[in-house]
Design a protein around this ligand. Sequence first.
Ligand SMILES: [Zn+2]
Length: 151
Amino acid sequence: MYIPSDIRSKVFERAFHLCEYCLLHQSDLYFPLQIEHIISQKHLTSNELSNLASACYLCNRNKGSDLATVLPPNLDVVRLYRPRTDKWVDHFEISNEGGFVPKNKIAEATIKVLKLNNESRVNDRINLIRKELFPHSNVSKYWNFQAQTIQ
Ligand SMILES: [Zn+2]
């Protein structure tokens, strides 16, 4: 769906040019950040800023139109993390080994569907951590923004 360029700019600026899921900065990505519909258009045709997020190609592609997944052992349906209403720091931690550690079921579901801990993605993070490029300096600004705007 067409999204006007002023809306696109607002989404990327609001996110400090980070992927709101894996926190990679535009400067560390091979492809431009994309506009992601938190509740996908299959379920809700909303181009409101409150339903849009900045996402890297991999997070956006892996999430697709998914809103939830099932987790073992009982295959309970668990919704995915929503960056407009959930705070990143309430859900994930970054381990020294580059992986994301889930703090709850929502984070576990999101790591699974978005493949946030795939080997290649963890290796990318380790390489950036070694160069002191991850978390990017904008990440603390982004976390502050979430803390101020999410109840
Ligand atoms: Zn990402």
